[in-house]
Ligand binder design. Structure first.
Ligand SMILES: Cc1cc2nc3c(=O)[nH]c(=O)nc-3n(C[C@H](O)[C@H](O)[C@H](O)COP(=O)(O)OP(=O)(O)OC[C@H]3O[C@@H](n4cnc5c(N)ncnc54)[C@H](O)[C@@H]3O)c2cc1C
Length: 361
């Protein structure tokens, strides 16, 4: 829901790794523009947004952004300007633009499928799970096996298979199809077809939160105080107000650790989110279910800070370019079994140093 494109150098790096110039930022930029129906604050930037109304994914600026001006002013005190963090991404503080339409989530289905379901060249198969990619004798993908209502069926292709099952589902399906590390595939009883390091370079953006920053302005979200009739009518009739804020997040910033600064290249490795969330009654319970930190511990901590019920904000510090990488493996050749994921968070000590710098900043 937060519209964040990524840094040009991230794409250029992928182009280098894959040897495919198609991934270069200048080559993916036209696709970003083509997919957008842009109604954000930076429509004048034709290079990055093109014409409004060009594509289907609605991106708009927030009309409701509590604490934003304080956040940006804080950034200015640290020497950062207020900028559009997508056009192109660099160090700075800025508002968040969102994939919403009048304040409501505008996800992949709403943007790219809902209005096209009647097309003759589109068939959506529901209640189905892809279980294997069919390869021909030259290891070319020629179909996809899937299970629907207990039956195994084959979807044949005339041109190509586009695999987009997400960062867990995609490697899992490749492994199930015999595309992956030979020894691992043999160990679960799958015949190796193409020996590749699938699942070996799993990266996740670890984040940490700091809270509570108690404030003396009534600008954070406290559901028991703020969720009344007006909140609902604002949302449903105006597309405005607290219900349009994904987890209270209203602004963000990108900045670099000392390690990146030394290189002289503006390629931020830290991202900061401002969440205008007060210390509402079930805050500990929600954070505990999200982070697995014990609720009793959080309760004690918030009580000792006399924070409960007060307006506050939360900062979330996100590693933008992790060095640690984990691994995804199959638990079994049964496609309906979850794979085994070992994220190996912070296994590279560099990541810990960077995230601590982010906390100190
Ligand atoms: C909590 C959370 C918040 C996030 N917030 C943001 C945000 O605000 N902004 C942002 O830019 N990014 C955000 N992200 C990241 C973003 O969601 C992902 O980068 C994005 O969804 C990846 O898209 P995808 O199409 O590759 O995979 P997904 O969106 O994961 O889609 C994969 C789909 O394939 C299906 N699937 C998987 N395996 C199979 C199978 N075998 N057969 C059939 N179907 C299968 C899955 O059910 C799923 O529907 C967030 C991620 C998380 C977890």
């Amino acid at each position: 829901m937060l519209y964040v494109r990524g840094h040009p150098l991230d794409y250029d790096l992928w182009a280098n790794i894959t040897g495919d110039p198609g991934w270069k930022y200048e080559n993916v930029l036209p696709y970003f523009k083509k997919s957008l129906d842009y109604h954000g604050a930076y429509a004048d930037n034709e290079k990055h947004y093109g014409q409004a109304g060009y594509g289907y994914l609605n991106v708009e600026k927030r009309t409701y952004k509590p604490l934003h001006k304080y956040f940006v002013n804080g950034g200015k005190e640290l020497g950062y300007s207020e900028i559009d963090l997508n056009g192109p991404q660099k160090s700075g503080f800025g508002p968040l633009e969102v994939t919403q339409r009048r304040g409501e989530r505008h996800g992949t289905f709403a943007a790219f499928l809902k209005n096209f379901m009647g097309r003759e060249n589109l068939r959506v198969i529901k209640y189905a799970q892809a279980v294997k990619i069919k390869l021909d004798k030259n290891q070319r993908a020629v179909g996809v096996w899937y299970i629907q209502h207990g039956k195994k069926l084959l979807a044949k292709v005339s041109k190509e298979v586009i695999l987009s099952s997400g960062s867990v589902g995609s490697p899992q399906l490749l492994l199930l199809s015999g595309i992956g590390p030979k020894e691992h595939l043999k160990s679960v009883g799958i015949k190796p077809r193409v020996d590749l390091p699938v699942g070996k370079n799993m990266k996740d953006h670890l984040a940490t939160m700091i809270f509570p920053f108690i404030i003396n302005v009534t600008q954070s979200m406290i559901p028991e105080r703020d969720f009344g009739l007006k909140t609902f009518t604002d949302y449903f009739f105006q597309g405005h107000g607290p219900l349009t804020l994904p987890t209270g997040t209203s602004s963000h910033a990108f900045f670099s650790s000392s390690f990146v600064k030394k290189t002289g290249i503006d390629w931020p490795d830290l991202q900061l989110y401002l969440m205008a969330v007060g210390m509402y009654g079930s805050f500990s319970e929600d954070i505990s279910s999200l982070t697995k930190v014990r609720k009793e511990l959080l309760d004690k901590y918030l009580e000792s800070a006399s924070a409960i019920g007060k307006d506050a904000f939360v900062l979330m510090i996100n590693l933008a370019r992790v060095k640690s990488f984990g691994e995804l493996k199959l638990a079994s050749k049964d496609p309906l079994k979850h794979p085994i994921i070992d994220p190996r968070y912070l296994s590279d000590p560099h990541d810990l140093k960077v995230i601590l710098e982010g906390k100190e900043a």
